[in-house]
Design a protein around this ligand. Structure first.
Ligand SMILES: NC(=O)c1ccc[n+]([C@@H]2O[C@H](COP(=O)([O-])OP(=O)(O)OC[C@H]3O[C@@H](n4cnc5c(N)ncnc54)[C@H](O)[C@@H]3O)[C@@H](O)[C@H]2O)c1
Length: 295
């Protein structure tokens, strides 16, 4: 474990869903005092289970001891009160991938956090300049785009906004390095950043080929994995990240670039409308035991 980064002791995480829970684990394992805030109490209890299970897996693999796992768990404070994030040296926003809720969250965090604190976003597509515009500290706002699952994926994309200072980027790099991560700084936040400009076409092409009846979902996933050698196929990937998150990213990138290529496929929209969001709802493109089999 790397030593804590200078100037950081308390890390706030706003949103404890699929990604927030993993980021809480990463920060707690790195030795920070963590405040995990979600407005949904059920999200907090799922995140607590995620943290217990995740730390337990590291203990079984011999990466950490039982005592270290207990200590990491004990460093996290769980809350539904935004005010409990006050006093954080950095807050990482991990809520829904939409501009307005994120800007509201940034304005609220800006009013709450100490002047020197960093406001970071796990957005996977949205302009950091736009999120920073909701604050009075645009120079201390940056992206920290963790990949799923955060405890296992090493690289973190760091998109900067137009007004993000070099000093902030250095502090973000130090913080992520202390988390055991490999930060990759982007010179600007293009819609979808680097990662989703690769990932979203995979989801798009998979859905379009399936809609055109070229091959089944299983066959497309099989070709991508066992033919191209990718670790995961497009339909499995969509279910893993959450189809609602994928749709939000595509809608944002499509709107920002004005490129019809990124228009979300009908299939994806219909799955989201039906509440088939992937692993998190038990059913997405595939069934994980959370819905009736009718296809
Ligand atoms: N799912 C992925 O694979 C993935 C990967 C990288 C980045 N991201 C990004 O991470 C962010 C979160 O994605 P996710 O998959 O964890 O979503 P999620 O839906 O699983 O979790 C979001 C959580 O935020 C909470 N929330 C929403 N608004 C809130 C508010 N105003 N205050 C407090 N809590 C609030 C919700 O209750 C929910 O628990 C998005 O910006 C997404 O683009 C997701």
């Amino acid at each position: 474990m790397s030593p804590p980064a200078e100037g950081f002791s308390k890390i706030g995480v706003l949103g404890a869903g699929t990604m927030g829970a993993g980021i809480v684990q990463v920060a707690a394992q790195a030795g920070y005092e963590v405040v995990a805030c979600d407005r949904a109490p059920e999200a907090l209890s799922r995140a607590q289970t995620y943290l217990r299970d995740g730390l337990g897996r590291f203990v079984r693999k011999g990466v950490i001891t039982d005592g270290e796992a207990e200590a990491a768990y004990g460093r996290v404070r769980w809350t539904t009160e935004l005010g409990d994030l006050g006093g954080s040296d950095a807050a990482i926003e991990v809520i829904v991938e939409r501009v307005e809720p994120k800007k509201e969250a940034f304005a609220a965090l800006d009013a709450l956090l100490p002047e020197e604190a960093l406001l970071l976003s796990n957005t996977s597509s949205i302009s950091i300049t736009e999120l920073a515009s909701a604050t009075r500290r645009p120079d201390r706002v940056a992206g920290t785009h963790f990949f799923t699952p955060p405890p296992l994926r090493e690289a973190v994309e760091v998109p900067r906004g137009l007004l993000t200072s070099d000093g902030t980027i250095e502090r973000v790099k130090a913080l992520l390095t202390s988390f055991g991560k490999l930060p990759v700084v982007l010179n600007k936040a293009v819609p979808g950043f680097v990662a989703n400009r690769f990932l979203m076409p995979m989801l798009l092409e998979g859905a379009r080929l399936y809609e055109q009846g070229v091959a089944s979902k299983e066959e497309i996933d099989l070709l991508v994995k066992k033919g191209l050698g990718f670790p995961i196929g497009p339909f499995e990937l969509g279910d893993f990240i959450g189809l609602d998150v994928g749709l939000d990213v595509l809608e944002y990138v499509h709107r920002e670039l004005g490129d019809p290529y990124y228009a979300p496929p009908h299939l994806l929209k219909e799955h989201v409308r039906a509440g088939r969001l992937g692993h998190k709802t038990g059913r997405g493109f595939y069934d994980y035991g959370g819905g009736s089999e009718d296809e």
